[in-house]
Design a protein around this ligand. Structure first.
Ligand code: PXL
Length: 280
């Protein structure tokens, strides 16, 4: 019998060989959520770009059309496409083509516009990339930005200290620009707390949780992958957003205090928690 929750998802992001981010995080997390996961690597880097020096970078943009053409000729399609860190502006165009031609009708596209944090673009990107990311993000079914990325997508002032009206206005701006479902991460209104603000077809909700002081690199990818996994295993947007937050907190708690592990999140020991929550 066909299991309606056994879905085939395509995730498009880079392989950072070392660094616990992008595909090395998405693939195990999506598999743990019970999904058949296909990958399209956007680039291969020796490490991620946030803190390592002298990393290698092999852009795979030119391989994408042939890969997509092969899938088309084999009649392969996907129930969902989830994108993360992409390698170039041109790649964003190819990704839009893949979503429109290889995702089945009624499928869900989820875009994590992974390009910035703490008010700054990641080193590999420029304003042209941001412009292209806007067109991908505003055509997706769901976006999962952090506050920095949301401000760049909405051309909205980035503030380190903010209140709820500021966050609501940011979400409204994104909705006006075409984002109908938004899961905004890293939103905290109280000392020691952070959370996720969700805007779904104009309806705002918020899930608050503990903030662990020394946050680590790669939490955005762990969060987005767990969110996508929960969503495709049949949960609604808010429940997926809160489940992913609970899982990410466990992973950060596991990692915090180990200064030698600054580059990523120890997410693997908590996969059993994620599996159990997705099955509930
Ligand atoms: O976690 C986002 C990410 C993914 N991939 C690469 C990165 C980063 C963040 O810095 O550098 C290559």
């Amino acid at each position: 019998m066909k299991d309606k929750f056994y879905k085939r998802i395509l995730t498009i992001q880079d392989i950072s060989c070392v660094g616990q981010c992008s595909l090395t995080v998405a693939l195990p997390i999506l598999s743990a959520c019970g999904l058949e996961t296909a990958v399209l690597p956007s680039a291969v880097l020796s490490t991620h770009t946030a803190g390592f020096n002298g990393y290698t970078f092999r852009d795979l943009t030119e391989d994408i059309p042939d890969i997509a053409e092969h899938w088309r000729s084999e009649g392969i399609s996907f129930d969902s496409v989830y994108t993360g860190y992409l390698g170039s502006s041109k790649q964003i165009e190819y990704v839009k083509g893949i979503i429109s031609s290889l995702m089945r009708e009624g499928g869900i596209s989820i875009v994590d516009p992974a390009m910035a944090d703490n008010g700054k673009l990641y080193p590999a990107f420029d304003s042209e990339y941001v412009r292209n990311m806007k067109s991908l993000a505003f055509s997706a079914d769901v976006i999962v930005p952090n506050i920095t990325e949301a401000c760049m997508l909405a051309d909205y002032e980035y503030l380190e200290k903010y209140d709820e009206p500021y966050i609501r206005k940011l979400l409204e701006k994104l909705s006006e620009l075409g984002a109908s479902k938004i899961v905004l991460t890293g939103v905290g209104f109280k000392e020691g707390k952070t959370g996720v603000a969700v805007m779904e077809d104009g309806v705002y909700s918020y899930y608050e949780h503990e903030r662990i002081a020394d946050g680590c690199h790669g939490t955005g990818d762990v969060y987005a992958s767990a969110f996508v996994g929960a969503l495709l295993s049949g949960k609604n947007i808010y429940d997926s957003a809160s489940l992913a937050a609970d899982y990410t907190v466990l992973c950060i708690r596991n990692t915090s205090g180990d200064s030698s592990h600054w580059y990523g999140v120890k997410f693997e020991p908590e996969l059993s928690y994620l599996i159990a929550r997705c099955r509930q």
